[in-house]
Design a binder for this molecule. Structure first.
Ligand code: F6R
Length: 612
């Protein structure tokens, strides 16, 4: 999955030597969404490397080992999501060489670590952990022994490594530098005043600087407190000044602002996120719609929540524009390896822009000759960089592991795009498309209203679900992907087994599971399926189901059959997808809280999945 790395190096005039460790610890807290089974820091002080680390969440480990009290002006840190080696004190990063003069933090996987480890053990190296990462520290040590300069030794070590990485490395011999490299795992540089940063993600240093350099694949370099050196894969130095960009996220965007969790803050932020996403949408959709119109066939590719957004986009292209598009889960792309290519357009949806499965899929399709349009929330992340064209959602940083505001903003972009395509194809009259766009423009206020009206009700519903170990989410048509997203939310943060089904399909097997009290959540849209949904409600009620419905107003004949109803204004289905998603997010959130779980950091999950 993923891990978070950070490195900070500062001028001594920046105050007490323990202040940097404090900055690193705070940065790690911002990266905890990337992994949180163990954590550690390493600092250079008095010609020595000091490592403090351990298994557990940052707050727990800090209580035990005082991560934030380590002395030094050059400090690296790591928050881990285990891949090689169980979560434990020894497997926590940073990892050091035999003599403790080199410390390494790493996000990614070294695929050939077994061979490298054997080779290094044969040369007399002593390993302490079961991790793949530790080999890098010993490789650097080996090349230093041969008399190389540190940067040279680091680059030689990198050449031996196969796999994905974002590395941060400190070496006692050059105590003011942090060496870094990136391949297939995110890495950014923060350009500060007498203090520079490397990190897996921007919020880690947002309190200190908004000047950012995105490190690209194959690039390697080092930072000092006042300089940045970066070179490309072939060793050519890069003009770093030209690469600095100022980002418009404010530090507040990465703070909880009084909410108990990021997830609930991010649910409440959706009106703002939607409003911001409208900015520039007409222009960005224009170019993407041209590419779709020229396409032989259109495919969508994504994982998890982003895949559910794809299903909505795919549905809309089919029903509004008559384009027979298809959606695929990115880790299953190999099915289409030979069939997608020249003339096709692949729409890749990824909030982080770094999901490795989606990245691998677009690489293959691009190589085959397909055009790639991406939709992402992170400017210049890997997927946008490798796409022919990108439309950005402007949700701001999403810290909670469960996607909320990035999902509804993805829906907005996909809806806007489908309308543009349908209009250009003459399948929707100008007036009709315009009317739907005006309706979509109401989503920020509709979402605000729903939250204000239903937060209390959804909290009670969430609390009720705590007693269930299973639930169904049923929908039809465009409601199906929203049901799938609702079920995913409940599973991933409240650990309640939830399944989504096309309502019509539920009687072909799943209904056998229903017994008295079994919760079934029905998504009833104001569309041609409304009456059919009533039939499905009856079927489930007859088996004793506890029927909860999200339904359009003036549907009393449905409401009276339900045990609980969330009544939404009558909406065009294209608008309903966004609005109906919100109560489902709230239900899952409050179920997780009622069960005493931390919805921001669900077990076994990390925000960005950078391992295939
Ligand atoms: C669920 C969730 C994940 C992601 C998936 C893809 O709440 O967040 O299912 O949607 O890992 O991530 P991105 O969109 O970053 O490619």
């Amino acid at each position: 999955m993923a891990c978070g790395i950070i490195g900070v190096t500062a001028r001594k005039s920046h105050g007490a030597s323990s202040r940097i460790a404090e900055i690193v610890k705070k940065g790690l807290e911002k990266l905890e969404y990337r992994g949180y089974d163990s954590v550690g820091v390493a600092a250079i002080y008095d010609n020595k490397i000091v490592v403090r680390k351990g298994k557990g969440k940052i707050s727990e480990v800090n209580r035990r080992v005082k991560l934030d009290k380590v002395l030094g002006w050059t400090v690296v840190g790591h928050t881990r999501w285990a891949t090689h080696g169980a979560p434990s004190d020894v497997n926590a990063h940073p990892h050091i060489d035999c003599n403790g003069r080199i410390a390494v933090v790493h996000n990614g996987i070294i695929q050939n670590y077994v061979e490298l480890k054997k080779e290094l053990i044969a040369k007399g190296h002593r390993f302490r952990s079961e991790t793949d990462t530790e080999v890098l520290a010993h490789l650097i040590e080996e090349y230093l022994k041969e008399g190389n300069e540190v940067f040279q030794a680091f680059k030689r070590a990198l050449r031996r490594v196969k796999g994905s990485y974002a590395f941060g490395v400190i070496v006692v011999d050059e105590p003011d530098k942090i060496f870094f490299a990136r391949r297939d795992s995110p890495l950014v540089i923060g350009v500060g005043e007498g203090m520079n940063f490397i990190a897996s993600d921007i919020p880690a240093f947002l309190e200190h600087t908004r000047n950012v350099i995105i490190v690209y694949d194959g690039e390697v370099g080092f930072i000092t407190s006042d300089s940045i050196y970066l070179e490309d894969e072939s060793g050519v130095p890069i003009d770093v000044k030209a690469r600095i960009r100022k980002i418009d996220w404010t530090p507040d965007m990465a703070k909880k602002e009084g909410y108990p969790h990021f997830m609930i803050k991010e649910i409440h932020e959706q009106p703002r996120a939607l409003r911001d996403t409208f900015r520039g949408l007409d222009e960005s959709v224009e170019k993407a719609s041209e590419l779709i119109l020229e396409a032989r066939r259109v495919y969508f590719v994504a994982a998890g929540t982003s895949y559910h957004a794809c299903l909505v986009g795919d549905y809309l292209l089919n029903v509004l524009a008559g384009i027979p598009s298809l959606s695929m889960i990115s880790s299953e792309y190999k099915k289409y390896r030979k069939s997608i290519g020249e003339g096709d357009v692949v729409i890749a949806v990824s909030q982080s822009g770094e999901t490795i499965d989606t990245l691998m899929a677009i690489r293959v399709f691009k190589e085959n000759g397909a055009r790639v349009v991406s939709i992402s929330n992170v400017v210049d992340s890997a997927i946008p960089r490798e796409s022919h064209y990108t439309i950005y959602t402007r949700a701001g940083p999403e810290i909670g592991v469960a996607a909320t505001k990035t999902f509804t903003t993805q829906l907005l972009v996909l809806s806007w795009l489908s309308l543009a395509v349908a209009e250009k194809m003459g399948k929707l009259g100008k007036g009709e498309a315009e009317k739907l766009r005006r309706e979509l423009e109401r989503t920020p206020s509709l979402v605000s209203d729903i939250i204000a009206r239903y937060e209390g009700v959804t909290k009670k519903l969430g609390e009720e679900l705590v007693n269930s170990s299973n639930a169904f989410y049923l929908g039809r048509g465009i409601g199906l992907p929203i049901a799938m997203e609702g079920a995913l939310k409940l599973k991933e943060i409240a650990y309640i087994h939830a399944e989504a089904y096309p309502a019509g399909e539920s009687k072909h097997g799943p209904i056998a599971l229903v017994e008295p009290g079994f919760p079934v959540i029905f998504l009833v849209f104001e569309d041609e399926w409304k009456r059919h949904m009533l039939g499905n409600i009856e079927e489930m009620k007859a088996r004793g189901a506890y029927a909860i419905g999200v339904i359009p107003e003036e549907s009393d004949f449905i409401e009276e059959r339900l045990d609980k109803a969330i009544v939404i204004p009558k909406l065009e289905p294209i608008v309903g997808t966004i609005v109906y998603s919100v109560p489902l997010q709230l239900i899952a959130y409050y179920a997780a809280v009622a069960k005493g779980y931390d919805p921001d950091k669900p077990r076994n999950l990390a925000k960005t999945v950078t391992v295939e």
